[in-house]
Design a protein around this ligand. Structure first.
Ligand SMILES: Nc1nc2c(ncn2[C@@H]2O[C@H](COP(=O)(O)OP(=O)(O)O)[C@@H](O)[C@H]2O)c(=O)[nH]1
Ligand SMILES: [Mg+2]
Length: 447
C-alpha cells in the first residue's frame, strides 16, 4: 500500500492500517521510518500513560480495567503491551492479547502487543514510534504496559506523560527492592491485589519511603492507591488521580516532552552511529576481532573505541602531510647554490626517475624537489616549454596510497596514473589529474 493512503487510513483510525503501520515500525523497515516522519506532525494530542511494575503484579488486568473506566467518559484508548521476547519463538507472548479481547468489539479501543526483541529498559526499541501511530490515529489516551522484568524500566519515563508503578502486597522486601530504580519514576503508586492480605502494610511502607524525600514546595507527591484489578475496585480513583496529575503538570508538559525528545534523539543518533560503524567503517568480522583482542587483553576497550571512532570520522578524508614541493628547472645547479647561500640548505645527490633527474632539498619539514628533464620529450621538457621554470607540483604524503586513491575516486577525483607507480627512494606515487585539483598537479606518495 502506498504511504499516503496508509497515512489517511491511520488518521481515519482504521485498525488494520494501524496494525500494519506498527508492524512496519517494529521491523524497522525504512518505510516505517518514512511513515513516522509523515505521522509525526499530526501527533502531540494523545496523553501517554505508562504502566510498569513486576511481572504478575496485575498490570495487564489493570490496563484492561483502566481502559474500560476511561471509555465510560467517551475517550478513545490505544494500548501497547510490551512483552518479553520468547527466546524460542522470537515473538511476543500472546497472553495479553487474548486477555484484552474484552474490547474486541469496541472501535474506540486498539490493543497491540509488542515484543522487546532483546531490548532492555522495559520497552521495545520502537514502542515510542508505535505510540506515534496511535497518537496520529487520534486516540485520546495511549497506555503503554512495560515488560516489568526488573528495576531498570526507566524507558517508560522517557516515553510516557505519566508513569504508574504497580506493586503487590508482600513481605516488604519487594518495596525495599523498589527503591533501587522504580521509586523515582512513579507519578502514582498502585498497590494492586488489594484484596490480599498486607495491602495496607505495603501502602504504608511506600508512604513512609516517600515521606523521607524532601517535599519540595509545590511538587507533585505520588499518591499511593489501592486497586483490585480483577474486579475493578479502586480503578475510578486511579482515573481521578491520573486526571489530577495531568492537570497539575499541564503547564510543564511541554518541557517534559522536550527533554524526552532530547533523550530520544540522542538514542536514535547513538543507534544510527553504531549501525554506521558496523556497516560502513568496520570490515566484516572486525567487530568480533576487536572483542577477542579486548578479551585477550591485547587492547583496552577505550583504545579500541577511539581507533574505530577516528576511522569513522576521518575514514573518507585521508590524513595527509606535505612531503615536498616540486620545482621545474632547466638546470638544478644554480638553484642548489642559491638555497645554500641564502638559507644554508643542502641539496641531496641527484637521482634519476624515468625521464627526469631529481634532487631534494630538506627544509626540516617539507622538502623541495628540483626536477630536470633528461630528454627533450620528457613530460617536464614540455612543461618548461609551456610554463617555464617554477612550481611544478606539490606532493602529499599518505599512509596508504591505495586506500587514499579509492577514497578520492569515490569523490569523483581523476588520476593521471591508474595505479600507483615507483617513485624516488623506493616510494610509491600517483598523480591526480590537474582538472580534479584546481589546475595544480598534485602527487600522492606513500613512503
Ligand atoms: N487476587 C487478585 N489477582 C489479580 C489482581 N490483578 C491481577 N490478578 C491476577 O494476577 C495474575 C497476573 O496478572 P497480569 O495482569 O497478567 O499481571 P502482569 O504480568 O503484571 O501483566 C493474573 O492471574 C490475574 O488474574 C487482583 O487485584 N487481585
Ligand atoms: Mg502483562
Amino acid at each position: 500500500m502506498a504511504l499516503p493512503s496508509l497515512v489517511d487510513r491511520i488518521v481515519a483510525r482504521d485498525p488494520r492500517a494501524i496494525a500494519r503501520a506498527i508492524s512496519l515500525i517494529e521491523d524497522e523497515a525504512s518505510s516505517g521510518a518514512a511513515l513516522v516522519a509523515r505521522l509525526h506532525p499530526r501527533t502531540g494530542r494523545a496523553y501517554l500513560i505508562g504502566v510498569t511494575g513486576p511481572p504478575g503484579s496485575g498490570k495487564s488486568t489493570l490496563v484492561d480495567r483502566l481502559t474500560a473506566e476511561l471509555r465510560k467518559s467517551g475517550v478513545t484508548v490505544g494500548v501497547l503491551a510490551v512483552d518479553p521476547t520468547s527466546p524460542y519463538s522470537g515473538g511476543a507472548i500472546l497472553g495479553d492479547r487474548v486477555r484484552m479481547q474484552a474490547h474486541a468489539e469496541d472501535a474506540g479501543v486498539f490493543i497491540r502487543s509488542m515484543a522487546t526483541r532483546g531490548h532492555l529498559g522495559g520497552l521495545a526499541r520502537t514502542t515510542a514510534e508505535a505510540a506515534i501511530v496511535l497518537d496520529a490515529a487520534g486516540f485520546d489516551i495511549v497506555i503503554i504496559e512495560t515488560v516489568g522484568v526488573g528495576q531498570d524500566e526507566v524507558d517508560i519515563v522517557r516515553t510516557a506523560d505519566i508513569s504508574l508503578v504497580t506493586v503487590v502486597p508482600g513481605t516488604g522486601d519487594e518495596v525495599q527492592a523498589l527503591k533501587a530504580g522504580i521509586m523515582e519514576i512513579a507519578d502514582i503508586f498502585v498497590v494492586n491485589k488489594a484484596d490480599r492480605e498486607g495491602a495496607d502494610r505495603t501502602a504504608a511502607s511506600i508512604e513512609a519511603m516517600l515521606s523521607l524525600e524532601a517535599a519540595a514546595g509545590d511538587r507533585w507527591r505520588p499518591p499511593v492507591l489501592r486497586t483490585v484489578a480483577t474486579t475493578g475496585g479502586g480503578v475510578p480513583e486511579l482515573v481521578e488521580a491520573i486526571r489530577a496529575f495531568r492537570e497539575k503538570t499541564a503547564a510543564t508538559i511541554g518541557e517534559r516532552r522536550r527533554s524526552r525528545a532530547e533523550w530520544r534523539l540522542r538514542e536514535i543518533l547513538g543507534h544510527g552511529f553504531l549501525a554506521h560503524l558496523e556497516q560502513k567503517v568496520l570490515a566484516p568480522g572486525e567487530f568480533g576481532d576487536l572483542l577477542d583482542r579486548i578479551a585477550a587483553r591485547s587492547v583496552d576497550p577505550y583504545t579500541a573505541a577511539a581507533g574505530v571512532m577516528t576511522r569513522a570520522l576521518e575514514g573518507n578524508r585521508p590524513r595527509v602531510s606535505l612531503d615536498h614541493v616540486g620545482i621545474a628547472v632547466r638546470d638544478a645547479a644554480p638553484f642548489a647554490a642559491l638555497f645554500s647561500r641564502l638559507l644554508g640548505l643542502t641539496t641531496d645527490e641527484p637521482e634519476d626517475v624515468g625521464q627526469h633527474r631529481v634532487r631534494f632539498i630538506d627544509t626540516g619539514q617539507g622538502k623541495l624537489e628540483l626536477i630536470e628533464a633528461l630528454s627533450d620529450d620528457a613530460p617536464l621538457a614540455r612543461f618548461l616549454e609551456k610554463r617555464g621554470e617554477g612550481l611544478h607540483h606539490v606532493c602529499l604524503r599518505v599512509a596508504d596510497i591505495e586506500v587514499t586513491m579509492a577514497a578520492l575516486r569515490e569523490q569523483g577525483v581523476r588520476f593521471v596514473d591508474e595505479q600507483p607507480r615507483q617513485g624516488a627512494h623506493g616510494s610509491r606515487i600517483a598523480f591526480l589529474h590537474p582538472s580534479s585539483a584546481g589546475g595544480l598537479l598534485v602527487e600522492l606518495k606513500q613512503p
